[in-house]
Design a protein around this ligand. Structure first.
Ligand code: ZN
Length: 341
């Protein structure tokens, strides 16, 4: 079989076409403190500085060896654009939410998306960063951008308490917030694709069974995913944290080409449910394995993921900031070893 570039291999994998070997990358956050110290591009400044964001994202590829450049390093871009307030976090903690705009039903009913998304502060930074990354890397490396999805947007907008309550008492209201979230995701994704981003990762863990009842997922969230994927002009991946087992069948019909799952979702079982409808991405544990296990154990678990049907070998969720670069390198090396054994 022919040998592909990293980008060809990544896109062919998402399209479920034959590849010489599975790609190894992270579709979730890649910023680790060691890379921040090596490059001088450190959290939290990186989240708001296009040059620094590009530098740290590229380091995940050029220094740690991941076969994609993936950015940003937080999940706050859309939420802050829509009026949520965040603390910027620190060198090893992600930004966290301080306040949200939809305190009650009336706020939610009257909520409006700002007109000029492209001109908003955080989205502008993201678009500028894409341009800088494209200038600084070869065109044969895939560029992946992450953002929150419709359910997470609703969750950020109305706060955890309202979100959980409205699942039961006001599903239509939640649906309206998700709909508006879908429109934002479509518009923002297409801006990123125009800047040269190859794939978007929609992180929508608040739609997962840990928080959201699976029958409601089918009723409220799945139609939003179908709409989102019909509206975007590029490759798409869905990431759900926690145990996604109960919604895998619906996820496979959501229109996302890639499904990124955590280690709590058993990959061989997921493979049997998804049955070729999407590319499975995962799912070595970032906290239990990548962060703290020795190289031989990381490699063993990573090879098992390929064995279990990962179409793209990746961490199950965002890489922990204190993960040693050596561990990421061992993770990447495991893929080559798998094909030599
Ligand atoms: Zn996750």
């Amino acid at each position: 079989m022919s040998v592909f570039t990293a980008k060809e291999r990544f896109i062919r994998s998402l399209e479920r076409k034959d590849v010489d070997k599975v790609p190894v990358c992270s579709v979730t956050q890649t910023g680790v403190v060691e890379l921040m110290e090596l490059t001088g591009a450190k959290w939290p400044q990186v989240h708001y500085d296009p040059e620094a964001m590009a530098t740290l994202a590229i380091a995940g590829h050029e220094i740690a060896g991941l076969e994609a450049v993936r950015y940003p390093f937080c999940t706050t871009v859309i939420a802050e654009t829509l009026g949520c307030v965040f603390d910027e976090g620190s060198i090893d903690t992600q930004p966290y939410q301080l306040d949200f705009p939809c305190k009650d039903k009336e706020d939610a009913l009257n909520f409006q998306v700002p007109a000029d998304l492209a001109g908003s502060k955080r989205i502008k930074i993201m678009l500028e960063t894409a341009g800088i990354i494209k200038d600084r890397i070869q065109d044969d490396v895939p560029l992946i951008a992450g953002m929150i999805g419709p359910a997470s947007i609703a969750f950020y907008l109305c706060g955890a308490k309202n979100y959980l309550r409205w699942c039961i008492t006001e599903p239509e209201l939640l649906k309206d917030l998700m709909k508006l979230g879908t429109e934002v995701c479509i518009e923002y994704s297409n801006m990123l694709f125009e800047k040269g981003v190859d794939a978007v990762v929609i992180i929508d863990s608040e739609a997962g069974p840990d928080l959201f009842p699976p029958p409601l997922f089918r009723e409220l969230v799945l139609p939003e995913y179908n709409k989102l994927n019909a509206g975007i002009k590029g490759h798409s991946i869905l990431h759900i944290c926690g145990d996604a087992t109960d919604i895998l069948d619906d996820m496979a019909d959501s229109g996302f080409e890639g499904l990124s799952v955590e280690e709590r979702t058993e990959l061989s079982y997921a493979n049997s449910v998804v049955a070729g409808r999407a590319c499975l991405i995962g799912n070595v544990s970032p906290a239990a394995t990548l962060l703290c296990k020795p190289a031989d154990q990381i490699k063993k678990e990573a090879k098992q993921c390929i064995e279990d049907g990962a179409g793209i070998l990746a961490p199950g969720c965002g890489i922990a900031p204190r993960t040693p670069v050596e561990n990421i390198k061992a993770f990447v090396a495991s893929r080559d070893e798998y094909y030599q054994e």
